[in-house]
Design a protein around this ligand. Sequence first.
Ligand code: PLP
Length: 438
Amino acid sequence: MQYLSTRTPDHRVSLSTALQNGLAPDGGLYVPEHFPDLGPEAFDGCETIEAVAERLLRPFVDGDVLAEALPEICEAMYGFPVPLREIGRQTSVLELFHGPTAAFKDVGARFLADSLARLNEEADRPLTILVATSGDTGAAVASAFWKKPNVEVVVLYPKGKVSDRQERQLTGWSDNVQTVAVRGVFDDCQMLVKEAFQEDTWQERLRLSSANSINIGRLLPQMTYYAYASLQHWRSHGTCPNVIVPSGNLGNGLACLYARECGLPIGEVIFATNENRPVTHYLETGDYEAFETQETLATAMDVGDPSNMERLRHHWSSAEALRDAMGAERVTDDQIERQLRRGPEAWDTVWDPHTATAVEVREHRDPDDEHEWILVATAHPAKFPKGVEPLVGHEVDVPGPLAEVMARSHPVPEVAPSLQAVADVVFEDRTPESKEHT
Ligand SMILES: *Cc1c(COP(=O)(O)O)cnc(C)c1O
């Protein structure tokens, strides 16, 4: 399998190159050149999610240097359950929050971390992954790369602009993961990362790479969620479930569409968004427009110009074609609050603000229609105690892995929002002598 750029379709590269480049040289995003044909029978004998992942991803690594290691990469990527839980009224919840940082981004980050560590085994210098984060991505990337050989991570986050629990998750790492608090906002952090990539001294002293959510290495493994869940449903009901995915940058929802393109038994796919309107606006009008980002209760979905729109429009080249492939519905903060409040009584479940958007969309459909629905739960409610606990009226228990990271939290350097200030901290820790110990 080769990967091509959305902007120059005859620019084709191997999976390893796509993973290491992140973005194509022409600024486009990498997409697979075709989808393999894998109906439910292709998965006979695949019972665990690791086995399903290996079967599904096999054609996507075919011909690449990583192909031989695929079984180990799939093992390393999970190691935690992905329950599909029936909650009544033709509805199930797919819980994607049992990984180390309690949100769905763990699986993509772990696939990428394991792959990049393998690709750099022979390198004479470690690869340094530089990430700016507004919360969840940084924690997932830090956790995934922690203690991996041949790779180092520098995470920049805006001091005072992430939640208390998110901050403790970002600062619970050591060894090859360095966290720096920047006195600024998320956009400052993102700007610093861009500047570092353009700065010769950074490029000379470190082999820089990124682990953005636009990396195809974060998207492909997320298909396995939908393969596993739809097969489970197919095997017990013999039907194709409809799926509702809480969406912001559209990577998770796109992975669901990719899985269906591969032949998995998935019915309608609906992207639930918060009040940010780029997707619903495009489907309604046929004109793509980026909007200014609006802050909502589902913060990880606050995206005004989702990067994966470029992939969607590559595969489905008109709004009409895309409308046939997927639906999208907007959910307001009031609706999110209402679903959080009534979750325990109506569905016997404490939702998080992101998942609540999918619940709202489910309830727009006739509860007694005969289709079966899968709601995707993207985060554990304990990650958002301030938004959730007052509405459900009690504390939410913190899952074990999340508690472990937070318990390791320690003070990290705090710097002004300038590249020099970041460099002082980052390079101080990377003198040649100190590197020999890592
Ligand atoms: C990142 C994230 C989303 C949005 O996923 P996309 O792939 O960007 O659409 C939804 N919920 C949670 C909890 C997230 O962390």
